[in-house]
Design a protein around this ligand. Structure first.
Ligand code: PGA
Length: 241
């Protein structure tokens, strides 16, 4: 299973270092799983230093689709890669809603990350209104077709399904909703000529709902926000069965 910790705009460089040191004391428990930590960019250097030589990976929460140039305020994924980053979150719903990032723009980031050799974790998911109106499948089709339209089907790519209404709300999608939607995503990918891809679920994942979610076919891991901020709650999700 993949456990991706999205720390959002939390954790200073010192916090990130402390977290990594604590997590590394449990590294023998993590051998069969992939842990990926997503710090804010300013804490990346400290985290990278702390994780050096370990099997725990890290990545940026966002990137731009160019190495360098006149792009004020952006972060360079190629610099992060040089520091050891191997993943990047693309199109998290907070990027889509708060920073107006649309699927066409995200397509460039996905393709760019792949070209560098950094694996994109492309986030997709519907809002509550879209689900209530029966638009979930068509929203996912648009997000997949447009957002992945420039990407290579033969390079590593991960999708995180995160229903917007479940993020940070404590309202986790039901196992039936996750199972149905993950099946739709694999069907949409197939129709679009893609192979099956690793699929993460995200949205209020906690130790007390993780065991049920893990048993669902097509759930290959989790993207975890709030419950990833403490080593104990992250490991409790890993240990839930
Ligand atoms: P949450 O966040 O686990 O706090 O709901 C998930 C995410 O935003 O990736």
């Amino acid at each position: 299973m993949i456990y991706a910790a999205n720390w959002k705009l939390n954790k200073s460089p010192d916090d990130a270092k402390r977290f990594a040191q604590e997590l590394l004391t449990h590294s023998s428990q993590l051998e069969n799983d992939q842990m990926i930590l997503f710090p804010q960019a300013l804490a990346a250097s400290s985290l990278a230093e702390s994780l050096r030589g370990s099997s725990i990976k890290w990545g940026l929460q966002n990137c731009y689709s160019k190495d360098s140039g006149a792009f004020t305020g952006e972060n360079s994924l190629s610099v992060a890669q040089g520091m050891g980053a191997s993943y990047v979150l693309v199109g998290h719903s907070e990027r889509r809603s708060l920073f107006a990032e649309a699927s066409g723009f995200l397509a460039e980031k996905n393709a760019y990350a792949q070209k560098l050799g950094v694996t994109p974790i492309y986030c997709i998911g519907e809002t509550l209104d879209q689900r209530k109106n029966g638009q979930t499948r068509s929203v996912l089709i648009e997000q997949i077709h447009r957002g992945m339209g420039l990407s290579s089907k033969s390079l590593p790519f991960v999708i995180a399904y995160e229903p917007v209404w479940a993020i940070g709300t404590g309202q986790v999608a039901t196992p039936e909703q996750v199972a149905e939607t993950h099946l739709w995503i694999q069907e949409i990918l197939k129709d679009f000529g893609w192979p099956e891809l690793p699929l993460l679920y995200g949205g209020s994942v906690k130790a007390d709902n993780a065991a049920v979610l893990k048993k669902i076919k097509n759930v290959d891991g989790f993207l975890i926000g709030g419950a990833s901020l403490e080593v104990s709650s992250l490991l409790a999700i890993r240990d839930a069965e």
